[in-house]
Design a protein around this ligand. Sequence first.
Ligand SMILES: NC(=O)c1ccc[n+]([C@@H]2O[C@H](COP(=O)([O-])OP(=O)(O)OC[C@H]3O[C@@H](n4cnc5c(N)ncnc54)[C@H](O)[C@@H]3O)[C@@H](O)[C@H]2O)c1
Length: 279
Amino acid sequence: MTAKAGAVVTGAGRGVGKLVARMLVERGYTVLVTDVDEASATATATEIGAIARVLDVRNDVAVQAARDDIVTRAGRLDVWVNNAGVLVTGPAWEQDAATRRLMIEVNAVGTINGTVAAIEAMRGHGGHVVNIVSLAGITAVAGEAVYAASKHAAIGFSLSTLADLRLAGVRNIDISCVCPDGIWTPMLHDKLDDPAAALSFSGTLLQPADIVTAVAAVLGKPKPVTTIPRWRGALSRFADTFPRFGLRAIPFMVAQGRRTQRKLSDASSGRRGTPPDGS
Ligand SMILES: NC(=O)c1ccc[n+]([C@@H]2O[C@H](COP(=O)([O-])OP(=O)(O)OC[C@H]3O[C@@H](n4cnc5c(N)ncnc54)[C@H](O)[C@@H]3O)[C@@H](O)[C@H]2O)c1
């Protein structure tokens, strides 16, 4: 067993996952950077000083093999971050079955596969599973119905499994869900002209570093659900508690999101990938 504990991040080739993996390396973990895209996993791992492994989170056998790999290399698995995600916008009836299945399988089944594999390796010494969900896991999101369904599944599964662990007397394995508003990553870079993605732009457009800060915070102090920013989390919960109010508010939020999309499109035309704050 090496001095450093093991950590796995899924979908870590780019975006949020890449920065979370970097933070874990900086904290001294032996990190497995996994992604379905082998080239980005390899490039990221080389850049941040981690180990690359191609992994499609939909494949439970491959997820278990990645888990065994980190245990062999690091001696112990302490942190598993289920971050891999896919967003295809549009009403569900305009999407083909394969597209709908893709979102459910990556965002929900992938999170289940990772969590279960991690728990098996964490039994005894304990550990922490961090699931990157979304505010779409809390309330309705017009234009992102199947994505919202997959994220509701991810959060329902996470909290229920946490309850099962506690009922089984397991107190040293934590599951923390991090639920951000829209984040300026490649997931949204191509959606400035997409009306169906308006709600992702209707609140505070976050930077990936904001999510890294939240993940670092829950690693220090596990928390079942963290919403970012907190006010949007409160609004999402209110809309979910009073769905008629929530549904009435959606057209106004879509209009707000479209305004932000147009502003960003004007500001960043020719500069896609540059954060909207210009940093
Ligand atoms: N960007 C946003 O607005 C936003 C908002 C809230 C939550 N999230 C969530 O944050 C997480 C990170 O997203 P991001 O914004 O960095 O997006 P991103 O598109 O930049 O990164 C997602 C990563 O997941 C990988 N991936 C896709 N399918 C996979 C699979 N089957 N197996 C393994 N990896 C796979 C991709 O290759 C990519 O590297 C996702 O779970 C996403 O749903 C994103």
